[in-house]
Design a protein around this ligand. Structure first.
Ligand code: ZN
Ligand code: ZN
Length: 249
């Protein structure tokens, strides 16, 4: 298997920058109709809520639930891949490091420092195999090794169907998702929002992040007890938990 650190930061960030440049350059050429904006929004939530929150975060990183149907497991794994946030192996490594060393120098999100499209949030500085032992399956190693090819295949398919689909179903939503993830990484660990639990870290529940990242905005609840849902208080709505329930019905 190719070096995991090499297959994390530079690769993931190249994909994110590609989405940023295409979004900016293409903005002058595409037609900004209501339908296409709706497509972008749908894919933004597909990548963000399903690809990242449900799959990379709750399923792969925290093992918060299991799929009853193995076919659905692979369909949703596919969504996690095309969300373009890195292979499950790379994402799990970075996220478990964040939970193991939150708000310290060893936290890959470098708390308290905000930046967009930053190398550091996707970079595995030192490989810690013990963090990812359970995800190093044959299938996941394959996905990790050929991750870029999966993304290219997805982009080429969209381009062939309709170049506007490539813009509104990949470049724009992937770019927006990078911004949403950067905002989440930063604001969920600074002195905004509120805390339900006195955890050892500085995690916060940030209500205004909800439109972007849905139930993931209850981040203090999540740090206190990572589980299938982030909901603790009655009004802390977590639609991702309902989606998991629907998929596993
Ligand atoms: Zn987590
Ligand atoms: Zn956190």
């Amino acid at each position: 298997m190719k070096n995991i650190t090499r297959m994390s930061g530079p690769l993931i960030l190249s994909i994110q920058y590609a989405s940023l440049f295409i979004t900016i350059a293409g903005a002058f050429f595409v037609s900004w109709t209501f339908s296409w904006i709706l497509v972008a929004l749908l894919f933004f939530y597909l990548y963000s809520a399903i690809g990242v929150s449900m799959m990379l975060h709750r399923y792969f990183s925290h093992k918060s639930f299991e799929f009853k149907n193995p076919i659905l497991k692979w369909i949703f794994t596919g969504i996690s891949i095309i969300s373009s946030r890195g292979s499950p192996i790379a994402w799990v490594h970075i996220h478990r490091e964040h939970h193991a060393y939150p708000d310290t120098d060893r936290d890959p999100h470098k708390p308290g420092k905000f930046s967009l499209f930053s190398f550091r949030t996707t970079y595995i500085k030192e490989l810690k195999l013990f963090l990812i032992k359970d995800v190093l399956t044959k299938e996941q190693k394959f996905i990790h090794e050929y991750y870029l090819l999966f993304i290219l295949a997805w982009c080429i398919s969209l381009l062939l169907i309709n170049p506007l689909l490539f813009y509104f179903a990949w470049a724009l939503p992937v770019c927006l998702n990078q911004i949403a993830q950067d905002l989440w990484n930063y604001f969920s660990h600074v002195n905004v929002g509120y805390r339900n639990f006195e955890t050892k870290d500085n995690s916060r529940n940030v209500t205004w992040l909800w439109p972007l990242i849905l139930g993931e905005s209850w981040h203090n609840n999540h740090h206190n007890a990572p589980s299938i849902t982030t909901k603790v208080k009655k009004w802390e709505f977590d639609p991702i938990n309902y989606i998991i329930g629907l998929v596993n019905k």
